[in-house]
Design a protein around this ligand. Structure first.
Ligand code: SF4
Length: 450
């Protein structure tokens, strides 16, 4: 604590703190938590879920007095000799909403984790492995890859070298010599057909980075690509600090749906999972009825949305606001088919089914909010946009900007992607939108844009 208090760049410090009731008491532990919080250091706090100690380990309520935002995790106890009872699970999940992740069986599969490629584990001796339990040494930061003097560390990018980008040229010539993975099939023996066994460039070592049977601790399973809950940890999942997201706004077309306009299986699973931990909203140019039809499969998990380009705002059962539009404009735009959208008898959006001329659109933009998708042009009140709708709902819910995440894929998502710090684009996003997303979401994998 003194070191942290007196020197160093604390913005670079993130701590994973464990409460061991046999080693310290609640008061002393909470005092240290308060100090960390006051110093502005990000940290999580947790304990092992020992059934007989449940009452002692639950410092959750006391932590809330320090800050509502400190995450309290609970690890499942190893070697307990029995399963947790449903009552214990309920009790522990009440303190840690992600406790049930601890109870799942994750069969180790390095194709389903990012360890060894996007991250590595380095022990105190400098030994590198994919993760803390993968049981295969990939190298050593002092020896493995360095051309510098011993102790000067690795030159270049370790992950790249492990990843196989190290291997250039002829596979047969280079693999044996350059393979850095101990016990690697190819590094030790070139028996069999090398090209079958090795997809260098997409390195063979990918297949040989892990000898574990299960990813049975948080530090390992937080690298998995098949756990939708990790979305809520953003790129802090490794240090086990959730991002404090309270609401996620999803665009529909191309973000939740595939090319055929159907909600993808992974997005369905993601939305359902998120809805157990935070509110899920839609932010769409689609009018409410179309949005409901498109999202029928996930509708039960949706809390409301910014519909019809922010002109129809809803928090189901709590809030509704329609932003009116002056319909007289249509009379001035001759020769175009238009659809009028009303809610509670209030006109709020007009959609033109043919592309309007550039001059007409420029003129309209002076007085209205105009969105274009293919040949369809949508007109709403100048104050109504996807973004303004989200901000309106955020105000109603009394949420802060940083507790909102937005997910989009296309040009008309750019304003919301630019406004929110938790901005995410999906894997197939348009380039113009992608550059405004801080994070990228592929399936459930959440990565910071480089
Ligand atoms: S044990 Fe580690 S390296 Fe192996 S599959 Fe699990 S997370 Fe990946």
């Amino acid at each position: 604590m003194e070191i942290i208090g007196n020197s160093g760049n604390i913005s670079k410090v993130k701590l994973w703190c464990t409460f061991h009731p046999t080693q310290t008491n609640k008061e002393a532990f909470l005092k240290n938590c308060t100090t960390l919080y006051e110093k502005g250091i990000e940290f999580c706090v947790g304990a092992v879920g020992v059934p007989k100690n449940i009452a002692d380990i639950l410092v959750r309520e006391e932590l809330k007095l320090v800050s509502e935002n400190i995450y309290f995790w609970i690890n499942a106890m190893e070697g307990m000799g029995r399963a947790y009872t449903e009552e214990e699970i309920e009790q522990l999940s009440g303190a840690d909403p992600f406790f049930r992740l601890e109870l799942l069986e994750y069969k180790a599969d390095s194709d389903l984790c990012t360890s060894g490629r996007e991250r590595i584990f380095v022990d105190g001796m400098g030994n590198i492995s994919a993760c803390n339990i993968s049981r295969m040494k990939l190298g050593n930061i002092y020896e493995g890859f360095s051309e510098a003097e011993e102790g000067n560390g690795v030159q270049g990018n370790i992950a790249e070298k492990i990843n196989g980008e190290f291997y250039e040229g002829n596979i047969e010539e280079n693999v044996k010599e350059n393979c850095v993975i101990e016990n690697c099939l190819l590094g030790n023996s070139l028996e069999g057909n090398v090209t079958e066994n090795c997809d260098v460039g997409n390195c063979a070592s990918k297949r040989k980075i892990c000898a574990a049977e299960r990813c049975n601790c948080y530090l390992s399973y937080c690298s998995r690509t098949d756990i939708p809950e990790l979305f809520l940890f953003g790129d802090n999942e490794f240090i086990r600090i959730p991002q404090g997201i309270k609401a996620v706004f999803f665009d529909i077309d191309g973000t939740l749906t595939d090319d055929s306009g159907n909600i993808t299986q992974s997005q369905k699973q993601l939305v359902e999972t998120l809805s157990h931990h935070c509110r899920v909203f839609l932010a769409t140019s689609l009018p409410y009825s179309y949005a409901k039809e498109t999202c029928a499969e996930i509708w039960e998990f949706i809390s409301g949305g910014s519909f019809a380009e922010g002109s129809d705002l809803r928090v189901f059962g709590e809030y509704k606001r329609v932003v009116p539009l002056d319909g007289n404009i249509v009379g001035n735009i001759a020769g175009n088919k238009a659809v009028f959208y009303k809610e509670d008898e209030i006109l709020h959006k007009i959609t033109f089914l043919h592309r309007l001329g550039n001059n007409v659109i420029s003129e309209l933009r002076k007085y209205f909010s105009v969105s274009e998708q293919g040949n369809i042009t949508g007109i709403t009140n100048i104050s109504a946009t996807k973004l303004s709708g989200i901000i309106d709902i955020m105000g109603f819910l009394n949420m802060e900007e940083k507790s909102i995440a937005v997910v989009g894929n296309s040009e008309n998502d750019i304003p919301m992607l630019k406004y929110f710090s938790n901005s995410i684009t999906v894997g197939n996003a348009e380039k113009c939108a992608e550059i405004h997303g801080k994070y990228k979401l592929d399936g459930f994998v959440f990565s910071r844009r480089k």
